[in-house]
Design a protein around this ligand. Structure first.
Ligand code: AMP
Length: 294
């Protein structure tokens, strides 16, 4: 444990953090937790604010988890800005930061992957394009949850499918009663681009192009009508390709379980989801279609 600046307490070791949190818990304080991979932005900070609004103290972890990267180049290029992250967290009033080394999270090494039964989430959308990704996410989040034992876990709707996976993980761990999962809305730049650590890797030209994803999602929200959705999905995908993207998917799915919707009854709540590359940078975003939840 080390004190940085005026407020921040930094933990590098799981045992030290667990002991410290145990004391806080015994003195009656509730704990909110925001797991991140660093390179923090306003989106992350909004989750921290939500944690502090619902719990007495907030723990933020910064750990670039090697087991959730299916593409080694993506892992190597993942942005790191720990000094700046610490400053932002101090400003946001987060006194507790967990900054573990890989060996602290994976004392047995990174090969020992448990198998988490996450059902169709494993193979749908992100699961299909990033094989093994959600197993890595479950592995790190379970480890972090067992260290922090939070009352509230706050995650961003920006990673819609991940939120569903974590809800399932809590179920698999038998922790639904113990830890409440709260979802925070997606924070966007002024032109609509969803904030993301990966945005730092966009060059100025790619940054200009990137706003097309939000335009597309807003367009789908405006244009969608009950009936067959095939043409809308195909046009949407072709439109993004035309804007310079390599598209992994554009999908319109049930907001409840992410199963793709082909014929829409006009009532089932829907979410539109996109994953697409601008050169080497993969961007994801989604939007709940509000016509369906009016
Ligand atoms: P990451 O550091 O990208 O793994 O994200 C850590 C947490 O921040 C996850 O729960 C993300 O869903 C969430 N998050 C990422 N981007 C945003 C955003 N633009 N708005 C709100 N939350 C976000």
């Amino acid at each position: 444990m080390a004190r940085i600046g005026l407020n921040m307490i930094l933990f590098k070791h799981a045992n030290d953090l667990a002991l410290y949190l145990d004391k806080q818990r015994k003195s009656g304080l509730t704990i909110g937790f925001v797991p991140t991979m660093g390179a923090l932005h306003e989106g992350h900070l909004s989750l921290v604010k939500q944690a502090l609004a619902t719990a007495d103290i907030a723990v933020v972890s910064i750990f670039v988890n090697p087991t959730q990267f299916n593409d080694p180049a993506d892992f190597e290029k993942y942005p790191v800005s720990t000094g700046q992250d610490i400053q932002l967290l101090e400003q946001a009033g987060t006194p507790i930061l967990f900054l573990p080394a890989v060996s602290e999270i994976y004392p047995q090494g990174t090969d020992r992957i448990n198998n988490y039964d996450i059902g169709r989430l494993e193979t749908l959308l992100e699961g299909s394009f990033r094989p093994g990704h959600f197993q890595g996410v479950c592995q790190v989040v379970e480890r972090l949850l067992r260290i922090v034992e939070p009352d509230v876990l706050v995650m961003g709707q920006k990673d819609y499918q991940q939120c569903m996976v974590i809800s399932r993980l809590l179920q698999l761990m038998g922790w639904q009663e113990r830890t409440r999962l709260l979802l925070g809305p997606t924070l966007r730049e002024a032109d609509g681009l969803a904030m993301s650590s990966r945005n730092r890797r966009l060059n100025p030209e790619e940054r200009r192009q990137s706003t097309a994803i939000y335009q597309l999602l807003s367009g789908i929200n405006k244009d969608i009508r009950p009936g067959n959705l095939q043409a809308l999905k195909q046009h949407s995908s072709a439109w993004l390709v035309n804007k310079g993207f390599r598209v992994d998917y554009v999908e319109i799915a049930s907001a409840a379980d992410l199963s793709p919707v082909e014929d829409w009854d006009g009532k089932t709540p829907l979410v539109a989801l996109v994953a697409a590359f601008l050169n080497q940078v993969r961007l994801i975003d989604n939007m709940l279609l509000d016509k369906t939840i009016r």
